[in-house]
Design a protein around this ligand. Structure first.
Ligand code: ZN
Length: 361
């Protein structure tokens, strides 16, 4: 025999659709007062939720509610009356405001019929979270939903609805916490990636000699800081400059070492191309002035050593092996040497800052 769902506007039928169907809870009378009260209250809540008027006893006896009207797909256990599935509440075929209209109508009727004292008692019990039957314990099986819905039952419906919302909120919170964890992990991995690429502060190189060597050609962090201390007082630092002295030195060293273009460096350090050009020229001049005494030119007789040194310097500083801008060959005055000469001197000096590969003894 086909079974159909008794909820307004629900077209789920058995066996056409894969739904479970649940009978209206019966009043259990042989398992003590608490069970009797709860099963009775539940039955009335179901009838209120189904919200159909004028149902005959036969209709009520054969009434089924399908799984589509429960969050979990089935009713909760009898004693779990705070579970949102204690009463069917999903897609009940009417808006909650319809139910509210019924609540208002019912309230008016009730005000006429009941004493203020009884209502206050019900409210107090609702507030206390106690739902003992205050209607006198009369558990007649069939109830006319329209006129006998008590405050307590309406409160129960509202609690079921709110419990459902609470459960949804809990799920949402769990999802957000999970998302948050993923974002924290992502942030940590990005921070570490950014740190590897950053070359703006001494801290970006501390404990990472491989990084120092890659970006500057210098042997280690100690040598890098020694060089910075040597140059620092000669490097200019304008009040509103967006580049620190250390950054200026790094721009120059990175350009010498990796032959990084002006454009690349302007992106890395977040300044204009012309700033990078000016910084590079300034620091080459400072380095040339301070470091030229460090250059140990090998004896002319020792040709092999000269070639060896030359090779090492070119290997260390890519810019020397690349095509250089014509400006680097031109001088403003005859007394001054071209920037390319200064670059070569600086690169030789920087090579000598490390234990030399060429023995001068
Ligand atoms: Zn249904």
């Amino acid at each position: 025999m086909p079974i159909s769902c008794g909820v307004v506007n629900c077209r789920n039928r058995y066996p056409k659709k894969a739904h479970s169907f649940f009978r209206l809870p019966i009043v259990i009378t042989k398992q003590g007062e608490v069970t009797k009260e709860m099963s009775d209250r539940r039955r009335r809540c179901w009838l209120a939720a189904i919200n159909r008027t004028g149902m005959s006893e036969t209709v009520i006896r054969n009434l089924r509610v399908c799984s589509a009207h429960f969050i979990s797909g089935k009713p909760s256990a009898l004693y779990k009356d705070t579970d949102p599935d204690w009463v069917p509440m999903v897609n009940m075929g009417y808006a909650m405001k319809d139910l509210n209209t019924q609540v208002v109508r019912h309230d008016r009727l009730k005000k006429r019929k009941e004493t203020i004292k009884k209502r206050d008692a019900a409210m107090s019990l609702v507030e206390l979270g106690s739902f003992s039957d205050i209607s006198g314990g009369d558990a007649e099986v069939y109830i006319d939903v329209d006129s006998k819905l008590t405050d307590l039952e309406l409160a129960q419906l509202e609690i079921s609805r709110l419990s459902g919302k609470l459960q949804q909120a809990d799920t949402e919170i769990a999802r957000l916490q999970n998302d948050n964890l993923k974002l924290i992990e992502e942030k940590e991995s990005l921070t570490s990636a950014v740190h590897k690429m950053k070359a703006t502060m001494p801290g970006d190189f501390a404990n990472d000699d491989d990084k120092v060597q890659y970006y500057t050609g210098l042997k280690n962090f100690v040598t890098l800081m020694a060089l910075f201390n040597l140059l620092s007082s000669e490097i200019s630092e304008a009040k509103n400059s967006s580049l620190s002295k250390f950054q200026k030195m790094m721009i120059t060293l990175m350009r010498l070492r990796l032959n990084l273009s002006i454009v690349d460096l302007s992106y890395r350090f977040g300044v204009s191309r012309s700033t990078i050009s000016k910084v590079f020229l300034e620091i080459i001049n400072v380095m040339n002035k301070i470091l030229s005494p460090f250059v140990q030119w090998p004896d002319r007789d020792d040709v092999e050593h000269v070639i060896g040194t030359h090779r090492t310097v070119r290997q260390n500083f890519s810019i020397l092996g690349a095509t250089c801008p014509i400006d680097y060959l031109i001088t403003k005055s005859e007394d001054e040497s071209p920037i390319l000469d200064k670059m070569v001197t600086v690169c030789c000096a920087l090579t000598n800052l490390c234990p030399s590969v060429v023995s001068f003894d």
